[in-house]
Write a protein that binds this ligand. Structure first.
Ligand code: ASP
Length: 500
């Protein structure tokens, strides 16, 4: 009899990822084309050798033929609509022909099918994010409440935070060691540094102006929400976590007949969302295809080669976490096979990589923890939402490497005590990083400020941030699942692992 060959969902997702990368690299966006849209029309230009922005007779800024991104970003950051429309763009093509454009509304890259399919991926990420906030709230309330009494919450909470802090500090140390050995900043020629600073300076400035607070007292004060509904509307995960844990903890103080209906209500919500995720995952292969295609098509691999040594340093650090730190700890603290652990987590890791968001990955992560890793609901629903918010090993490692890299490019070598400051501030910065794409880069500013490295230096690394964000989000979530398994084991509640 013929055996039915069944392909699992994660294999489809992986195929989607690989095909998406291939599709994006075939239909990649040209680095030498621009689309200039004015009120009346829109025109594509390529092969320009000089591009100047004029206001009246004076030249505001001039760019060469390599500066596609610089032109787009400069125009975007002009902000004022009137100013934009009063500008004239004078373009000299390589053929010698001169063109001029007035009343410009927008300057963009010329999009290809590789990027135009991105909305499919955006719907997927929106669906997961839509679930994430109410899920964090509901499951943490249930998680904290089901730890039955204050003493138990303090015990499990204490163990969880200790493991989170330990792995985060280890991750930062790995990052610092890798950056001290490889010294990626020493490989960057001054011309490349200046070119990157010029291309990304406006974008870096808008990030620096977000003015992240470095005041440690403010940091803790801000964790307490004034209004939990506003915290949810703003997606402020730290405040949501604080509110949910407190609510859950104090529900345990009520008589059972009063607490149970509330706990059951939130438990129903939490389970409902997890079921919803199961269905949402059916579109994952195609969504991942679209997301990866758009990223590869838009960012290409050229920038990776410019920042090769820096990217490699981050990747080596991440590999050390995934291949040395977690396996060793899994072996020491649980009896499960490392291979089975990673096998069960395959779909979770792929979704984390493609969405760059721990929050978007959380619903699937909870489902896998309960159904495959053998973590009971009451532990998964406490440890995982907490971890997705405050435990980010990949981000912390990346922030340490980035700080060392920028310092090295600027010619500072951070001494031992400065590197210890990096450990402390990167722990805080990673806790404060929201579990959504790109925030690790903004919180990096805290670490840079703490050791006096110029914040504008983030201009050097913005170009590869999207790719490194995808990579660092993977250990961010693996570390949470690992902690959930260890806590379940230490509570004597770890069920059998079912990796397939
Ligand atoms: N994207 C990361 C996450 O969601 C956060 C970051 O490092 O930007 O885990």
């Amino acid at each position: 009899m013929k055996k039915k060959f069944k392909i699992s969902l994660h294999t489809y997702i992986l195929i989607g990822l690989l095909l998406g990368a291939a599709f994006g690299s075939v239909f990649h966006i040209s680095q030498y084309e621009l689309e200039i849209s004015s009120k009346a029309s829109s025109e594509k230009i390529n092969d320009w050798k000089e591009f100047r922005f004029l206001s009246g007779d004076s030249i505001l800024r001039s760019f060469d033929g390599e500066s596609q991104l610089g032109i787009i970003r400069y125009f975007k950051t002009l902000g004022d609509k009137k100013l934009k429309e009063s500008l004239i763009a004078k373009v000299t093509l390589k053929s010698g022909e001169e063109k001029s454009y007035a009343e410009i509304k927008e300057i963009t890259k010329v999009k290809t099918i590789g990027v135009l399919i991105k909305p499919i991926g955006d719907i997927f990420i929106r669906l997961l994010n839509m679930i994430a906030i109410p899920l964090v709230l509901a499951s943490l309330i249930v998680g904290a409440a089901s730890l039955s009494d204050l003493k138990h919450v303090a015990k499990v909470g204490g163990k969880t935070i200790t493991i989170f802090m330990f792995t985060t500090v280890m991750a930062i140390t790995f990052g610092l060691v890798a950056a001290n050995i490889i010294k990626p900043g020493h490989y960057m020629p001054a011309e490349t540094r200046d070119a990157l600073m010029q291309t990304y300076q406006e974008e870096a400035l808008t990030k620096v102006q977000q003015n992240v607070s470095v005041n440690i007292v403010d940091f803790f004060v801000n964790i307490v929400p004034r209004n939990p509904f506003k915290a949810m509307a703003d997606g402020d995960f730290l405040q949501i976590v604080f509110f949910a844990v407190l609510t859950g903890v104090f529900l345990t103080q009520l008589p059972k007949e009063k607490a149970d209906p509330v706990i059951n209500f939130f438990d129903g919500i939490s389970n409902g969302f997890i079921t919803m995720v199961e269905k949402v995952m059916y579109i994952a292969p195609i969504a991942v295809f679209a997301l990866i295609s758009a990223t590869v098509a838009e960012f290409g691999v050229r920038i990776l080669s410019t920042l090769f040594m820096y990217s490699i340093t981050v990747l080596i650090g991440i590999a050390a976490l995934m291949l040395i730190l977690y396996p060793t700890l899994i072996k020491i603290f649980t009896k499960i096979r490392v291979r089975d652990f990673y096998k069960a987590l395959r779909p979770v890791m792929i979704v984390a990589f493609s969405t760059s968001s721990s929050a978007a990955t959380l619903p699937l992560e909870m489902e896998v923890a309960e159904k495959k890793l053998g973590v009971p609901n009451r532990i998964a629903s406490f440890v995982l939402p907490l971890g997705a918010t405050i435990n980010m090993d990949g981000t912390a490692l990346y922030q340490a490497v980035a700080t060392m890299f920028i310092a090295q490019v600027y010619g500072y070598d951070l001494n031992m005590s400065q590197q210890i400051t990096v450990i402390i501030t990167a722990v805080l910065a990673s806790i404060g990083t929201a579990p959504v794409p790109g925030i690790g880069l903004i919180m990096l500013i805290i670490v840079l400020k703490s050791v006096g490295v110029p914040e504008e230096g983030i201009a050097l690394i913005i170009g590869v941030d999207r790719f490194l964000d995808m990579c660092r989000t993977v250990p961010n979530i693996v570390s949470d699942s690992f902690t959930a398994v260890v806590i379940a084991k230490s509570e004597g509640e770890l069920g059998p692992i079912k990796p397939d």
